[in-house]
Design a protein around this ligand. Sequence first.
Ligand SMILES: NC(=O)c1ccc[n+]([C@@H]2O[C@H](COP(=O)([O-])OP(=O)(O)OC[C@H]3O[C@@H](n4cnc5c(N)ncnc54)[C@H](OP(=O)(O)O)[C@@H]3O)[C@@H](O)[C@H]2O)c1
Length: 161
Amino acid sequence: MLAMIVAVAENGVIGKDNQLIWRIPEDLKYFKERTTGHVIIMGRRTLESLPFLLPNREHWVITSQLDYVPPYEGVKVFHSPEDAVQAAKGLDMVYCIGGAQVYTSMAPYADRLYVTELHQAFTGDVTFTEHTKPEWIEIERTPGAGQEDLAYDFVTYERRK
Ligand SMILES: NC(=O)c1ccc[n+]([C@@H]2O[C@H](COP(=O)([O-])OP(=O)(O)OC[C@H]3O[C@@H](n4cnc5c(N)ncnc54)[C@H](OP(=O)(O)O)[C@@H]3O)[C@@H](O)[C@H]2O)c1
């Protein structure tokens, strides 16, 4: 199964200047619990925004640069979302972790979305709106905790059959 995991502001914003905007420790914990032990697929810009490789996860990166050398050892390089999807066939769970460009190009292949929905708008330069499309059905919503200043929910969507 291919799942996309993302944290989204009320106005669809997910990042600014190639960085995340907010810091929600419970969401980082949720992301870690979900993705640990699995392959994570990301765009070249998201890989380069990471300060280090995330422990106990296999990193796959998508880039159009045929001579691309990742900044970290052990990262598997793909030159199209389709190649990554093909390589992921047979794995029981694979997560696409962004960013905006790669969410858009992998959305047609995704079976599930894990969306942390913030109840506040933010200013940024990249957005995600896939979960608002009619092909997705909400199957679970849990209010997030631990953040007095910022309400948010953990929401799961599945592709409508
Ligand atoms: N809130 C969240 O949950 C979340 C999660 C992840 C990221 N983000 C944010 O999103 C932003 C980064 O997103 P982004 O859209 O700028 O970058 P991105 O999707 O991470 O990476 C874009 C790069 O991926 C490669 N790529 C994308 N589609 C491709 C395709 N079809 N074929 C070949 N290569 C392809 C290209 O690399 P080349 O240029 O090398 O060809 C492209 O420049 C940051 O602000 C980050 O913090 C937010």
